[in-house]
Design a protein around this ligand. Sequence first.
Ligand SMILES: [Zn+2]
Length: 187
Amino acid sequence: MLLSSQLVSSAFETVVIDAGHGGRDKGGSWGKVYEKHLALDTAFRLERYLKKKGYRVVMTRTVDEYLTLGQRAAIANRYKNAIFVSVHINKASRTGAAGIETFYYGAKGKALGQFVQSNMISKVGATDRGNKKASYYVLRKSYNPAILAEIGFVSNSGERQRMKKGFYRDALAKAIADGIIAYDKRD
Ligand SMILES: [Zn+2]
């Protein structure tokens, strides 16, 4: 007898996308460039790429609203056979700091993060800051494989200029989607 899990080709069916910050929490900013806006736009682009591939996508937020970390984790944990992907933009006091990094907490998140991080780096050629373990609340509280991607520094003028452009955010979203799909299809 087949288990229902053997009937689906995919190890997971749902991707919960979490656009960081929102509402009164603008996240990292530089002038009028706000992390919350860049993260939401990139999240929408990621949503479109994943839906095209047949995944069910749940967004923790679709508008510029404030959500607590607890609310984000609770939304993610409503779904079984799901993964959690949080999208953020970095900021550093040192304006030379640059590159892309991905964080995970659990072992499944580590594997997912490796695929997503390597796809982003190969697609946009940014500095590879690595796939690293971190005890971030939304990662720690997730029952599902969970990652948090920091897709560039708003405090770095070159990366800020690139992230302000839709085609660059689109390339990053596509790279994240490709990483998720590669993780899904892994042996
Ligand atoms: Zn953030």
